[in-house]
Write a protein that binds this ligand. Structure first.
Ligand code: PBG
Length: 336
């Protein structure tokens, strides 16, 4: 039988499959998330995220060296402060957990790019991403409902904390609170303090997602009341995601971030088509936990499932991926 088109010709052996492969993963595609806490020589495992742990600063420095050796170019930091309060002040103190961690990483792994997640949910006692409207508080606005996350007062705090992180040596600030105007406010605050070259990676389209559940255990940041639906994007809204993207570009975002990754491949694809900025996707804690849970039950092979998810995220249009699998991938690639 004569068949002109036989796509299987190009699948015959590993060499030809490699030759025609359109998307590949390499260590340089990844950003590795780290959770930092106070104390000495503590590695506190995170139950819902196998192999992930909260680290104290001394161990963090060793970890940073290892990440650099694996060829992963960047880390993103999340802090667990010693004390939480109404405005999350640890986040803008020069000796807060994140500025201290940044200085330690820069001292041991100077080539590693340090991205600091810029949000207040880990630092406030109520677990929301900024200042909450409450009677008696200096920013109280009786025209807004009690419990509402105050947008503009929080922008001031984001600016202050970004400057504190930049002064400690952060290369990139990554605002993740989905507040209106956050990118512009941070850009002005950084520029006013001379940090014109500190980049902003904006969590531009961040859905109000259940897939952040394990992270909130890891970062000790679940909201004390309500949820984040008044500020994070409704997962049902594809057009609104593009509106958020456009606003962040206007305000000066250098890199755009979409999250969670696998549930938002269409948004990643839309964004890749609609703009020319570098695009990041965050394979979040719940995506990581799901794959591990299925693998633990023997229902999926971990390595295959992780690599297939990550290649799909890259194929959809992400230039870089924040992933808890980053070190595993670098090891898998190194050892075949
Ligand atoms: C906010 C922040 C969150 C994550 C990253 N930055 C949590 C949230 O919005 O509740 C989630 C990351 C993950 O699930 O891996 N600081």
């Amino acid at each position: 039988m004569s068949l002109v088109n036989r796509p299987r010709r190009l699948r015959l052996n590993p060499a030809i499959r490699r030759l025609i492969r359109e998307t590949t993963l390499q260590p340089a595609d990844f950003i590795y998330p780290l959770f930092v806490r106070h104390g000495e020589r503590l590695r506190i495992p995170i139950a819902s995220m196998p192999s992930q742990a909260q680290l104290t600063i001394d161990l963090l420095a060793e970890e940073a060296r290892q990440i650099q050796r694996l060829g992963i170019p960047a880390v993103i930091l999340f802090g667990i402060p010693a004390q939480k309060d109404a405005v999350g002040s640890d986040n803008f103190h020069a000796d807060g957990i994140i500025p201290t961690a940044i200085r330690a990483i820069k001292a041991t792994a100077p080539e590693l790019l340090v991205i600091s997640d810029m949000c207040f949910c880990e630092y406030t006692e109520h677990g929301h991403c900024g200042i909450i409207n409450s009677p008696g508080h200096e920013h109280y606005n009786p025209r807004l409902p009690a419990g509402y996350l105050l947008n503009d007062a929080t922008l001031d705090l984001l600016g202050r904390a970004s400057v504190a992180h930049a002064r400690a040596g952060a290369d990139v600030i990554a605002p993740s609170g989905m507040l209106d105007g956050m990118v512009g406010a941070i850009r002005s605050a950084l520029d006013a303090d001379g940090f014109t070259h500190t980049a902003i990676m904006s969590y531009a389209a961040k859905a109000a997602s259940v897939f952040y559940g394990p992270f909130r255990d890891a970062a000790e940041s679940p909201p004390g009341f309500g949820d984040r639906a008044q500020y994070q994007l409704d997962p049902a809204n594809r057009r609104e995601a593009q509106k958020e993207i456009a606003l962040d570009i206007e305000q000066g975002a250098d890199i755009l971030l979409i999250k969670p990754a696998l549930p938002n491949l269409d948004i990643i694809r839309d964004t890749r088509a609609s703009c020319h900025l570098p695009l990041a996707a965050y394979q979040v804690s719940g995506e990581y936990a799901m794959l591990h849970a299925a693998a633990e039950k023997g229902w999926l092979g971990l390595r295959g499932a992780a690599l297939e998810s990550l290649i799909s995220i890259k194929r959809a249009g992400a230039d870089m991926i924040i992933s808890y699998f980053a070190k595993d991938v670098a090891n898998w690639l190194e050892n075949g």
